[in-house]
Design a binder for this molecule. Structure first.
Ligand SMILES: [Zn+2]
Ligand SMILES: [Zn+2]
Length: 241
């Protein structure tokens, strides 16, 4: 059995994913980007962390109209925005800690907005130690596969030797990516939708210390997940190791 044969056997689990290619520097307000200045309506204040009252970093803005592929249920226009508080002022109190690895933490804001009307023009970011902008200028299409412990059916499909071969391959891709299989650190960690209780599949994976210059944990990623039935219900989470 070769790695190629194992992957052929896994064909039903093959997914496309798209790794962003970025460029440092300024970008349009509506561009897809990591960090920098988001599109905000003229009368809207920069999102503030309810814990510490500081402006939150923009981690990611995705212009959905410019994404190479989106699931059927995902809106095809609008801006997905993820704000996250990077202040570590209340380390002693878990409740008040702004470093929110768990989904639906109040020190994050994740939403899809429609950019209509006049935007707000910020000369510079109000965020302390604002991270530099990385504009997403194109996407590289790749194929992605799960690990055996990520999908129950894989355990049945592959014997131990084949699972070992798959384990040695670098799947799921541990990088920034749109869609594909989530590269969970330990086991599957899909947040469940607060409206319907269903597990929310991956929309975008953010690798810390890459385009986003922030450590999410030592090796892992952060995950933007989205409810299939309630596509405006999004979550951001990562695993606190
Ligand atoms: Zn905060
Ligand atoms: Zn739901």
């Amino acid at each position: 059995m070769t790695p190629k044969q194992v992957l052929e056997k896994l064909a039903p689990f093959k997914r496309n994913c798209y790794v962003p290619v970025t460029r440092a520097g300024a970008s349009d307000l509506t561009a897809s980007k990591f960090c920098g200045i988001p599109w905000l309506a003229k009368d809207e204040a920069w999102p503030i962390c309810p814990n510490c009252q500081n402006p939150m970093q923009l981690f990611l803005q995705l212009n959905l109209a410019h994404c190479p592929e989106l699931p059927d249920y995902c809106p095809k226009t609008g801006l997905l925005q993820l704000f996250y508080c990077t202040n570590k002022t209340n380390k002693s109190s878990c409740e008040a800690d702004c470093e929110a690895w768990y989904p639906f933490a109040k020190s994050t804001l994740i939403r899809i907005i429609t950019p209509e009307g006049e935007p707000q023009q910020f000369k510079k970011s109000p965020v302390k130690k604002s991270f530099p902008t990385k504009e997403i200028i194109k996407w590289t299409s790749k194929v992605d596969y799960p690990q055996p412990d990520g999908v129950d059916a894989l355990n049945k499909l592959l014997n131990n030797k084949e699972q070992e071969i798959l384990g040695d391959l670098d799947y799921p891709i541990n990088d920034d990516k749109l869609l594909g299989w989530p590269a969970w650190m330990h086991e599957t960690e899909h947040p469940t939708c607060p409206n319907c209780g269903d597990p929310m599949p991956l929309l975008f994976q953010i690798a810390g210390d890459a385009n986003l210059p922030y450590t999410l944990n030592e090796m892992g990623c952060g995950y933007i997940t989205q409810c299939v039935k309630h596509p405006y219900q999004l979550a951001f989470s990562w695993v606190d190791s």
